[in-house]
Design a protein around this ligand. Structure first.
Ligand SMILES: Cc1cc2nc3c(=O)[nH]c(=O)nc-3n(C[C@H](O)[C@H](O)[C@H](O)COP(=O)(O)OP(=O)(O)OC[C@H]3O[C@@H](n4cnc5c(N)ncnc54)[C@H](O)[C@@H]3O)c2cc1C
Length: 459
């Protein structure tokens, strides 16, 4: 990047919020995706929307790439600076501007973490529903830009279902406002939804107006063990066909249960072939009824054992089992590749079987856990040593086949983590060439110089 661009960046954000030494750039060369890294030329930390606009205008004028970044916790290499350029770190824009209980909404800057918003909402007896496993660090900007999901997706939906309006800066520097405070507004193309999930390739989100829900009065959690995943799958089908829409319906395969138990010592049964975690929230009577129906459905489908948590602390311990699946698996090797693919709910067991066969064929270890309620699976490959390039290559081939299998079963290459650089090579197979070329034309309309997060969606 040329010296005049560096100087102009410093004058926009101030010397203290501009970084470009090797040491400064290393942490911004990668995100939570293990196999990707590329060094940007500089990192800037703007203070407000006008500084964001000035950086983007400058970048468009000089054709320099800009990579918007929140916490960098994404799992699809969406913030890797493939072509160098400026990382636009939005963490200083971290104010909750408003929580408005009568309107059931919050207005926040993009650098607020999901947990900070959830805590602020709870204090007002309200619920911020999207709950990615990374919520303690993940920013609202990144959560909107990846359209993140989480454990409550089946009942509560994903981030897009809660974004009412956005303030965003176009790559050319114009500031736009889409949607607003209304829970109903159908004027024009739905740019709010288009920007949600756009992975930092169309515009930079500088403020969000988000829908909140009344906080549930209570919650319940239960665990059911099955001899195999096919039986667990039948229990999932039985629960949903019983007219119940639980808040949580998660599964762990045999290897995940063992890893979690070794890691956390929660007293889980390690002789089972699959574990189903189910839960609901709402009014106490209704939660008790739904929990009983789900327990019965599991037993009727041949569960080896079903237990429900009587107290909140026990429920939290059970949920912890699911939440610690990734750290538990990470202990088994120095490299853990967590992937994301989704299939129609009735095909989960078939998909896991296919994953097991693919892993065996490529001689890699893959354990699978995920959201049984919405068919979203996280096959996770553990490799003993990062330097074992042969195993890494075998894992990459295996994942290529896993994504193809998901598509063959009517699913998708990503249910919640996004495309980023990691899934970009598979995008055409998922969407078809006509749709990919339409994506490119949309991208051109927003970003004529192609500076925003190049090498990702719409490139
Ligand atoms: C342990 C762990 C658990 C996770 N669990 C889940 C889960 O349950 N569900 C799930 O969906 N994901 C999950 N993730 C993935 C990830 O954490 C989420 O997608 C998260 O919401 C990303 O937020 P972030 O602030 O880290 O964004 P980043 O990683 O910094 O950025 C993600 C994308 O958003 C863009 N972006 C960031 N801020 C802005 C902005 N203000 N304007 C425009 N674009 C922007 C970036 O350019 C990039 O394309 C998990 C990750 C980890 C490591």
């Amino acid at each position: 990047m040329q010296a005049p661009v560096r100087a102009a960046l410093k004058s926009i954000v101030g010397d203290a919020h501009y970084r470009d030494t090797d040491g400064d750039l290393v942490p911004f060369s990668r995100d939570a995706t293990p196999l990707f890294s590329a060094r940007p030329d500089a990192v800037v930390f703007p203070a407000d929307t006008h500084e964001v606009a000035a950086v983007l205008k400058l970048a468009t004028r000089h054709a320099v790439p800009v990579i918007p970044r929140g916490a960098g916790s994404n799992l699809c290499a969406a913030t890797v600076a493939l072509r160098g350029g400026i990382v636009l770190a939005l963490t200083r824009l971290d104010r909750i501007l408003e929580i408005a209980p009568p309107e059931l909404l919050a207005r926040v800057q993009p650098g607020v973490t999901s947990t900070a918003l959830a805590d602020a909402a709870t204090r007002e007896d309200l619920l911020w529903a999207p709950d990615p496993g990374s919520r303690a660090v993940a920013t609202i900007g990144g959560t909107i830009a990846t359209n993140a999901g989480g454990l409550r997706g089946l009942k509560y939906g994903v981030t897009r279902d809660y974004v009412l309006g956005l303030e965003a800066v176009l790559p050319t520097g114009e500031i736009i406002r889409t949607g607003g405070r209304l829970h109903k507004d159908v004027a024009g193309y739905d740019l709010t939804r288009l920007l949600t999930g756009s992975e930092g390739t169309l515009a930079v989100i500088t403020e969000a107006t988000l829908a909140l829900r009344p906080a549930p009065r209570t919650s319940g959690t239960g665990v059911a063990y099955f001899s195999d995943l096919a039986t667990a799958g039948r229990a999932v089908a039985a629960i949903i066909s019983d007219g119940v829409l639980p808040a949580t319906l998660e599964f762990l395969d045999r290897s995940c249960v063992r890893a979690v138990e070794e890691f956390a010592g929660l007293g889980l049964r390690t002789d089972a072939g699959a574990l189903l975690l189910f839960g609901d929230d709402g009014e106490p009577d209704s939660v008790a009824r739904v929990m009983a129906r789900m327990s019965d459905a599991c037993s009727a489908q041949g569960a080896l054992e079903v237990t429900t948590a009587a107290r909140i602390a026990e429920a939290e311990a059970l949920l912890a089992a699911r939440r610690c699946a990734l750290p538990a698996l990470s202990r088994l090797g120095s490299l853990t590749i967590l992937e994301d693919a989704t299939v129609p709910r009735p095909r989960i067991a078939e998909m896991v079987e296919r994953i097991d066969r693919i892993a065996e064929r490529h001689d890699v270890t893959i354990a699978t856990f995920g959201h049984a309620g919405d068919g979203n699976l996280h096959p996770t490959c553990v490799i003993e040593s990062r330097e074992d390039t042969e195993s890494v290559a075998r894992a990459e081939h295996a994942f290529g086949e896993i994504f193809s299998a998901a598509m063959e079963l009517g699913g998708t290459i990503t249910g919640e983590h996004g495309v980023g650089a990691a899934k970009f090579p598979y995008l055409s197979a998922q969407l078809g060439s006509d749709q990919v070329s339409l994506l490119r034309r949309v991208k051109d309309a927003f970003d004529p110089a192609g500076i925003l997060n190049p090498g990702k969606l719409g490139s």
